[in-house]
Design a protein around this ligand. Structure first.
Ligand code: ATP
Ligand code: MG
Length: 315
């Protein structure tokens, strides 16, 4: 049975700050570990992957970051340049056309041109071949947050509606086919089990299906507090203890435990809301209290994610 890691394209989406980049890197590492050749593509991101993956800096050129894992941070300028070079086939002509001050300002002013160049580049990487087979088995897009992700993914549709039949519409159709084919592409929604992210996720799931026609993969719920103060011996002990305690360090411990208890209880309420509102399999990732979120912590998350995704076959 195919799982998320067997696809050709995964779009990682969700509210700002919920852990899209972390989850995208964890997914990419998991797929590479399972023998896939993976490209992790970001759009205009702050450089963080070198720390998360323990590899080189990731800029606008594709760079290998781990075994079977490559990454790129797509910027509109670099994507447009590549695109310009591809059609003009000469850097001299490119410079004359694209780097002309007026032309540059004109190109920038075309509505949607940045999204067009970035999504176009992602799609292009899914079509690249090497030695008669795809260069990458899987491309993972660590996309922009909620609303912008939808706009970005609507680019092919917008072209198909606005541009007369030709080479541009041929590529747009192929990109739209890829986006709406659930056997090749899924959107992986990342959320926290908290009020605002959950509501935004539910809304995003509807827009993704209705406005983009993309299929949804398992939901990835990030940063869950440990359940130990909600059930089990620690929870029972906490219930027996007084509200406050005279001993300062003990009191601090007590208060922190109660905060963890409340947070997990809230997490549980929102997990339930997600279960009833979204008919999707769920993978759960814990809040990792690591003083320094680096490659070791990422690998921990990645292994947990992989184990759960293997139990969540795609419908
Ligand atoms: N499971 C986790 N446990 C602990 N900290 C986490 C976890 N997941 C993510 N974080 C931390 O949360 C912060 C936000 O994560 P991340 O950058 O992946 O989110 P994002 O959705 O990509 O944010 P942005 O919208 O800025 O792109 C980071 O500091 C990251 O280290
Ligand atoms: Mg990010």
């Amino acid at each position: 049975m195919a799982t998320l890691l067997d696809l050709r394209l995964i779009i990682v989406a969700g509210k700002g700050g919920v852990g899209r980049t972390t989850v995208a890197a964890a997914l990419a590492s998991a797929a590479a570990r399972r023998g896939k050749r993976v490209l992790l593509a970001q759009t205009k991101s702050k450089e963080r992957l070198s720390k998360l993956l323990g590899g080189p800096r990731v800029e606008s050129e594709v760079v290998q970051v781990r075994e079977r894992l490559w990454a790129v941070n797509i910027t509109p300028e670099a994507a447009l340049r590549e695109y310009g070079l591809m059609i003009l086939k000469s850097s001299l002509v490119y410079r004359a056309v694209f780097e002309n001050r007026l032309a540059k300002a004109f190109i920038r002013a075309i509505p949607g041109v940045e999204d067009y160049s970035m999504l176009g580049k992602v799609w292009f990487h899914t079509t690249e071949e090497e030695g008669g087979r795809p260069r990458y088995d899987l491309v993972i897009l660590d996309g922009p947050a909620t609303g912008h992700a939808i706009t970005l993914l609507q680019v092919p549709q917008a072209i198909l509606e606005a541009v007369p039949e030709g080479p541009l519409t041929r590529d747009a159709r192929s990109a739209q086919d890829l986006l709406s084919d659930g056997k090749r592409t899924r959107m992986a929604l990342v959320t926290l089990a908290e009020d605002l992210p959950v509501n935004e996720t539910i809304e995003l799931s509807v827009r993704a299906r209705e406005q983009v026609g993309i299929h949804l993969g398992p939901l990835i719920v990030n940063q869950l507090y440990p359940p130990r103060f909600v059930s089990g011996p620690s929870a029972r002990a906490l219930d027996l203890l007084p509200e406050r305690c005279d001993d300062e360090p003990l009191d601090a411990l007590l208060q922190r435990s109660r905060i963890a208890q409340r947070r997990r209880a809230m997490n549980d309420r929102y997990l339930e809301k997600l279960r009833t509102s979204l008919p999707l399999g769920q993978a759960h990732l814990p809040y990792l209290f690591a003083p320094d979120f680096g490659a070791e912590t990422l690998d921990d998350l990645s292994l947990r994610l992989e184990a759960q995704l293997l139990q969540l076959p795609l419908d």
